[in-house]
Design a protein around this ligand. Structure first.
Ligand code: PLP
Length: 409
């Protein structure tokens, strides 16, 4: 079946790793929310960079230095277009979402926090969108307040809005939950935050591979995303922030290439984005991420989303036919992530047995302890899909799950 008019055989041929066997069986990779596989164009771009262009950026006048800088800055241009940023200078290249959020925590939030202030998050956040706020709250006497969710895994908007008091100096919300798949109504949240004068950061780590991102339309203040979930190399990501915020933010990391003038009497800093990019960046990684953005663009995020909706519907229907499963995250329109538990079987045991069948799913807390506490479980099993997965793979996964469950029962 070629959902969304995509030639899936051709697309799968673009991803060399999908052709391998695992434990003697053809791989079924259903851990895409953890990290995605990379198309050959990304692998080739990284290799080509090291074979033909390698040099440091923004430092040397020689030809390789100029080419490397153009390639690296070209990735910033692509990313700026990908998220519809008003300006490429508002795009900070980071090692990922974690670094992006820490940058906002230390450079934007910490100087503004006083004892009694609050940072508003939600119950469904990844640790990357909780712990950095706790660290700066601990230094300033502020506290991190979670907005509640429903049993189905939906953010309770009225409860979120009710917590937007003058004490709240920043709100930080995931666009898509990595456990539940819930797509939060972030444009609406941004409107509410603006009405209350609260800056809003959106963690787009799980959204970028599945949804079109338009930071102008969203109306948020900060947006973070992860390159390695977006078919790019590990150690890449970005922070987008409104120019006024960036201009007011002091640097977080200090070092080379983020300065204007260094003297022992005092140092002045470069303008954004370079003010926030001290040291040698992951140049080859960003060249690869630029290729990943082009690749996604060549398929079209709308077609990717349509394909994933079809795969998700298939997987949900097939799993719902198995008795004794408990699902986490049942909000309509969710991203292609299915978290569940099987009566009488540990998630880790199931994941291990599925691996013997060549099927890669994740078991664990998914870096979301407070969400696990909400549901009163230590772990879930999570199957997360990408557009390159197939209906046959879903059938293999569901059949294997039924088989391995019997082994444990
Ligand atoms: N936020 C969410 C929702 C995530 O799922 C992840 C990764 O799993 C992160 C943040 C961390 O992203 P990174 O690997 O880019 O630091």
């Amino acid at each position: 079946m070629n959902d969304a008019g995509l030639d899936i055989a051709r697309i799968r041929a673009d991803f060399p790793l999908l052709a391998r066997d695992v434990n003697g069986k053809p791989l079924v990779y259903l851990d895409n929310a953890n990290t995605s596989q990379k198309p050959a164009v990304v692998i080739d771009a990284v290799e080509h960079f090291y074979r033909s262009t390698n040099a440091n950026v923004a430092r040397a006048v020689h030809t390789l230095g100029a080419e490397a800088t153009a390639a690296y800055e070209g990735a910033r241009d692509r990313l700026a277009r990908f998220i519809n940023a008003p300006s490429r200078d508002e795009v900070i290249l980071t090692s990922g979402t974690t670094q992006a959020i820490n940058l906002v925590a230390y450079s934007f939030a910490l100087p503004r926090l006083a004892p009694g202030d609050e940072i508003l998050v939600t119950r469904m956040e990844h640790h990357a969108n909780i712990v950095p706020w706790q660290l700066v709250a601990g230094r300033s006497g502020a506290k991190v307040v979670p907005a509640p969710i429903s049993e189905a895994g939906e953010l309770l908007i009225d409860e979120f809005v009710a917590r937007l008091s003058p004490r709240v100096k920043l709100a930080a919300v995931t666009h898509v939950s990595n456990v539940l798949g819930t797509v939060n109504p972030v444009a609406q949240l941004a409107r509410e935050c603006r009405r209350h004068g609260v800056p809003l950061l959106i963690d787009g780590s799980q959204a970028a591979p599945h949804l079109g991102i338009d930071v102008r339309a969203l109306g948020c203040d900060f947006y973070a995303l992860t390159g390695h979930k977006l078919f790019g190399p590990t150690g890449t990501g970005l922070l987008w922030a409104k120019r006024a915020h960036l201009e007011a933010m002091p640097p977080f990391f200090g070092g080379g290439e983020m300065i204007r003038d260094v003297r022992f009497e005092g140092t002045t800093f470069a303008e954004p984005p370079h003010r926030f990019e001290a040291g040698t960046p992951n140049i080859a990684g960003f060249v690869g991420l630029g290729a990943a953005i082009d690749y996604v663009g060549s398929i079209g995020i709308e077609r990717i989303a349509a394909r994933e909706r079809a795969l998700l519907a298939h997987a949900q229907a097939a799993l719902e036919g198995i008795p004794g499963l408990r699902f986490f995250g049942e909000v309509p329109g969710k991203a292609p992530v299915i978290s569940f538990l099987v009566d009488g079987a540990h998630a880790h045991d199931l994941a291990t047995l599925l691996d013997h069948e060549g099927i890669a799913v994740r078991s664990g807390h998914h870096c979301a302890h407070p969400l696990m506490q909400f549901y009163g479980v230590p772990a879930t099993l999570r199957a997360s899909l990408a557009f390159y997965n197939t209906h046959e793979e879903i059938d293999r996964f569901v059949a294997a799950l039924v088989r391995v469950r019997k082994l444990l029962g």
